[in-house]
Design a protein around this ligand. Structure first.
Ligand code: ADP
Ligand code: ZN
Length: 603
């Protein structure tokens, strides 16, 4: 609450107090008799009156026996003439007349005025409140763009690991911002927009900040989803406001995160938000087109969905420069870990290169998160340094979700889970095209009762059909083990089946890996934005005949993989049992121990 509001409240409290006191005074029970003025005249005639005090229209008569009579006269009357008219002689009594200072008059006025004041005050107070929120409503038109705090440590390219090509391209932008004249004198147009493409957490925001930091210019940031918040027409005025602010602060950078929220291809949206997006997008384009040749404002936009962007955004003179930020490879991961380990004391054995090796598919944001988690872990145990174990535990936590040591399984569930995981691991180990097993555990994590974690020896960009087939067999290994050892199947395999089915479907419809259907893609995925949520809709662009072939091909792949799993387990029962027993005993098996178990145990 604002300071002014406190003042208002104090003011209100005072008014209420005054009123309360006033009313108690007015409503004070009177230990006196109320009687008409004629009674007073009689008492005067009878000689019983000690004195009469008149206060405006109030007449208080004190009798000789100290009894009091309260009466009133009309304001036009004089007490003396009234008594005379009633046949009493006023000179016989002491008259105490307070002319002019009619306090009861004032009190009655106050009694009327104060509540009015109170109500007016209340209204005023409420109005102020309403206006406050009204001001906020007005603020919707203003952009919520944040100007990066000038005191905050400037980010530079040194803070961004890897992404060498991206940095090289962006260096040019830094030059434009720093020495615009150099380019203008040669007749070069300053670029207006740069699009950063890349999956979430690959450092797009960080990179944009680094460009601003390198050039030493202000950085305005806003997210595309903020544009589409509430009222129709607000997005466009926010854009206008943002660009006006930026032009006043030129040279500078405007960073629009999640540009796909407003910049999707027009004509594919649905519902009311569609118009709003279109208007916002149009306004962005109008503003960018309106830049003078020497307007030194560069718009950097980020998205992980370049495929859905409206082509109008990508036209020359708009976001015509594209920079790709990829998921980090092993070298980049090491660099990123090193950057984020800078302010953290690592114990001797902590080897970031090994961690980088264990984290294929992790983004920069994930890696930063891992080091942060490990620092928290070490701090919780009151350690002075972060150990390798702390970091490895955090990798697992980030990758698999936190362990739920408290979740109890009964003996039977535990046994089934151990055989299930051992089934995955056995097949992962024995089939030729799967990744080596990194760890097996039957400690619950999130929804999963157990995990088998395999890791590629090196980062992979291409996956072959044989690898996919063996992967599906490994996914079905859990269920196959349940069936073979318990002659029963459980719900524990549901997630495995889902993944296996999806993989088989992708093989058939997206990778052209079915001999029957050949090198063709079936079905088109369209993304629709509806009420801020993304709906992926599958567009069938094939006949019913093809649909049934797709279905039969998917079941063929799944059935073959299941047969492979079954065969592998049946001819290696001893090994699987050994692994399951060690799991039941220790709950986790690391890769070396697992490999040793596999090699030692005879078929
Ligand atoms: P995006 O905008 O692509 O979703 P961010 O820029 O928000 O990703 O990245 C989140 C965090 O991840 C960054 O603040 C940074 O700490 C870390 N990060 C991501 N990529 C890198 C990188 N290449 N080098 C260093 N840190 C990175
Ligand atoms: Zn499983």
């Amino acid at each position: 609450m604002k300071k002014g509001n406190y003042k208002n409240i104090i003011y209100l409290i005072v008014v209420v107090l005054v009123l309360a006191v006033g009313y108690t005074y007015l409503a004070r029970p009177k230990s006196v008799e109320n009687a008409p003025i004629s009674k007073v005249a009689e008492e005067v005639k009878a000689g019983n009156v000690k004195n009469i005090s008149v206060n405006g229209t109030d007449v208080t008569t004190t009798l000789k026996d100290n009894k009091k009579i309260q009466s009133t006269i009309s304001s036009s009357q004089q007490i003396t003439t009234t008594l005379k008219d009633l046949g009493a002689d006023p000179s016989k009594v002491t008259l105490d007349i307070k002319q002019g200072s009619d306090s009861s008059f004032w009190i009655s006025i106050l009694a009327y005025v104060l509540p009015t004041l109170l109500i007016v005050g209340l209204f005023y107070f409420m109005l102020r409140q309403a206006q406050g929120s009204g001001n906020q409503a007005m603020m919707f038109g203003k952009s919520q763009a944040r100007l990066a705090d000038a005191n905050k440590k400037q980010v530079s390219f040194a803070d961004v690991a890897g992404s060498t090509e991206a940095k090289q391209e962006l260096l040019e932008i830094v030059e434009f911002l720093k020495y615009p004249q150099k380019f203008i004198t040669l007749g070069a147009k300053i670029p207006k927009g740069v699009l950063l493409f890349g999956p979430p957490g690959t450092g797009k925001t960080l990179m944009a900040r680094a460009v601003a930091g390198e050039a030493g210019v202000p950085f305005f940031s806003i997210s595309g989803s903020e544009f589409v918040e509430m009222f129709v027409g607000v997005g466009a005025s926010r854009v206008r406001d943002l660009f006006n602010k930026a032009k006043k602060n030129a040279p500078c950078i405007i960073f629009i995160d999640e540009i796909d929220a407003v910049g999707r291809q027009r004509g594919t949206g649905m519902g009311g938000s569609h118009d709003e997006r279109e208007q916002t997008l149009n306004q962005i384009l109008v503003e960018m087109d309106g830049f003078e040749t020497d307007t030194n404002v560069i718009v950097i936009a980020a998205t992980n969905r370049p495929d859905v962007l409206d082509p109008a955004l990508l036209r020359p003179g708009r976001f015509d420069r594209r920079v790709i930020l990829d998921m980090p490879d092993i070298k980049d991961r090491t660099e990123i870990l090193k950057i984020h380990a800078k302010n953290k004391p690592l114990a001797k054995g902590a080897n970031l290169e090994i961690i980088a090796k264990q984290t294929p598919g992790f983004s920069g944001a994930d890696l930063q998160n891992i080091l942060n988690e490990s620092a928290i872990l070490a701090a919780r145990e009151n350690k002075k340094e972060i150990s390798m174990q702390d970091i490895e535990a955090s990798v697992e936590k980030v990758y698999l979700g936190p362990e739920r040591k408290g979740a109890v399984m009964n003996e039977r569930e535990k046994k089934i889970t151990a055989y299930h995981e051992a089934g995955h691991a056995l097949i992962g180990h024995l089939l030729p095209n799967t990744d080596p097993i990194h760890k097996i555990s039957i400690v619950s994590r999130g929804m999963a009762l157990g995990v088998t974690w395999s890791l590629p020896i090196e980062d992979k960009k291409l996956i072959s059909r044989s690898e996919l087939r063996d992967d599906i067999a490994m996914m079905l290994g859990g269920r196959a083990a349940e069936k073979i050892f318990f002659n029963e199947i459980t719900t524990g395999a549901s997630n495995d089946l889902e993944k296996a089915t999806q993989m088989a479907r992708d093989m058939v419809t997206r990778y052209g890996m079915s001999d029957k259907l050949g090198n063709q893609i079936y079905g088109r995925r369209d993304d629709l934005v509806f009420l801020g949520k993304e709906l992926a809709e599958h567009h069938k662009d094939y006949s019913e005949d093809i649909a049934s072939i797709i279905d039969s091909e998917i079941s063929r792949i799944i059935n073959e993989a299941y047969k492979t799993a079954e065969k592998t387990i049946n001819s290696n029962k001893k090994k699987l049992e050994k692994v399951a027993n060690v799991l039941l005993e220790k709950e986790t098996i690391e890769s070396e121990e697992f490999n040793a178990l596999m090699d030692k145990t005879k078929v």
